[in-house]
Write a protein that binds this ligand. Structure first.
Ligand code: FES
Ligand SMILES: [Fe+2]
Length: 387
């Protein structure tokens, strides 16, 4: 799992002045709206004695801990310590990590990391949003799947033939072969497009709208943006476009929450939403059934533990990107976190950590940071040994 990306936490409509506890990247956060209606997200662990803030309540726009009533505002500042009496001096180190929140596309995205604003990877944009002629639906799921496995499945053109009878022929097509994958890279992602032969749409509104020849080839494009977002464009005909945006949030290494925003430029009436969503769900659950059984659950640490084929090229690119982000120190050292789970409360570092010293909670261990630290301590040992 990676820090320094925007992750979807909750649908905007669910965000009120009642706190909601959300688990992301293996840590707990609490979200609420303050008195001005601004969406707030802070680490769930109280810096007094580790109370679970999400089990408290919102008072005067601040989250109040259920244990001794300390309050924290949306910037993470402690605003009340009742045991000190009225008008106390509140020590700076009581602050908790607070995370930038952006509400867009019906979701509240949290920036879980410490990068300053100008260096942050963007939220995967939906360019059709607000454009006329596009109808949209939103669906959400939670699966027992590692997020990387899920993203890799999205950019894997070879599984469609076998997993989805809606897209392929279940292996009953003798001339089947995946088209060549020609990856196109962007600053934060890699994708590709290809023409494929797909079975006709089932009888009903979508088929009527398409007017597609039974044997016509369809164009599909797909790619990832950042660590956990995915786009898939399906053009059953030149004029009929389905654009899907999948925003994933790793709950932990073995569970993922997914929001699927589907845009279509046909059947604009909302009465067709159900048909579209049912078809999406049918496909998504087919992926789930395969992905939940993968062994090992997590992608192996090196590619030689799998056999790569040309159709896996985009997956290879994605893994290279993840390595690059790991080298920047963005990968969570989940092994250490899990080993210390009951003894250490960690926080994902927030942007404020770059401005202030003296935080109560330890910053979550990060892979590259640990390696660098190991090298440093190795160098210290070397120095001590006179090498
Ligand atoms: S643990 Fe939160 S106020 Fe004491
Ligand atoms: Fe699939």
């Amino acid at each position: 799992m990676f820090i320094n990306f925007w992750y979807p936490a909750i649908e905007s409509t669910e965000l009120t002045d009642t706190p909601v506890k959300v688990r992301m990247l293996g840590q707990d956060f609490v979200l609420w709206r303050d008195d001005a209606g601004t969406a707030c997200c802070v680490s769930n662990t109280c810096t007094h004695r580790g109370g679970s803030l999400g089990d408290g309540k919102v008072v005067n726009g601040c989250i109040q801990c259920p244990y001794h009533g300390w309050r924290f505002d949306g910037d993470g500042q402690c605003t009340a310590i009742p045991s000190l009496g009225p008008n106390p001096t509140i020590p700076g180190r009581t602050r908790i990590d607070a995370y930038p929140v952006q509400e867009i596309y019906g979701l509240a995205f949290c920036f879980l990391g410490d990068l300053p604003e100008e260096e942050r990877p963007p939220i995967m944009p939906i360019k059709e949003c607000g454009q006329e002629g596009w109808a949209h639906t939103i669906q959400t799921y939670q699966f027992d799947i590692n997020f990387q496995r899920s993203i890799e499945n999205g950019i894997d053109p070879a599984h469609n033939e076998f997993v989805h009878d809606t897209h392929g022929y279940e292996g009953n097509w003798e001339d089947y072969r995946t088209p060549e994958v020609i990856p196109e890279t962007t600053e934060w992602g890699t994708g590709f497009g290809e023409w494929i032969k797909a079975p006709p749409l089932p009888e009903g509104a979508m088929k009527d709208a398409s007017g597609r020849d039974e044997d016509a080839m369809i164009w599909v494009g797909t790619g990832h943006e950042g660590a956990a977002s995915l786009w898939t464009f399906i053009h059953p005909t030149e004029a009929m476009h389905i654009h899907q945006y999948m925003y994933e949030c790793p709950i932990d290494e073995h569970h993922v929450r997914v929001w699927l925003i589907n845009l279509r430029n046909f059947l604009p009436d909302a009465k067709h939403d159900e048909t579209v969503m049912a078809r999406n769900e049918y496909v998504v659950l087919q992926d789930r059934d395969v992905l939940e059984e993968l062994h090992p659950v997590e992608t192996p640490p090196t590619n030689d533990k799998e056999s790569f084929m040309p159709a896996d090229l985009c997956i290879g690119h994605y893994r290279e990107r993840l390595k690059e982000w790991e080298r920047r120190g963005w990968r969570i050292d989940s092994k250490t976190v899990t080993a210390n789970e009951r003894r250490v409360a960690y926080a994902i570092p927030s942007p404020e950590r770059r401005k202030h010293k003296g935080w109560v909670l330890d910053s979550i261990p990060l892979c590259a940071a640990d390696e660098a630290a190991a090298e440093e301590s190795g160098a210290e040992l070397d120095q001590a040994a006179g090498i």
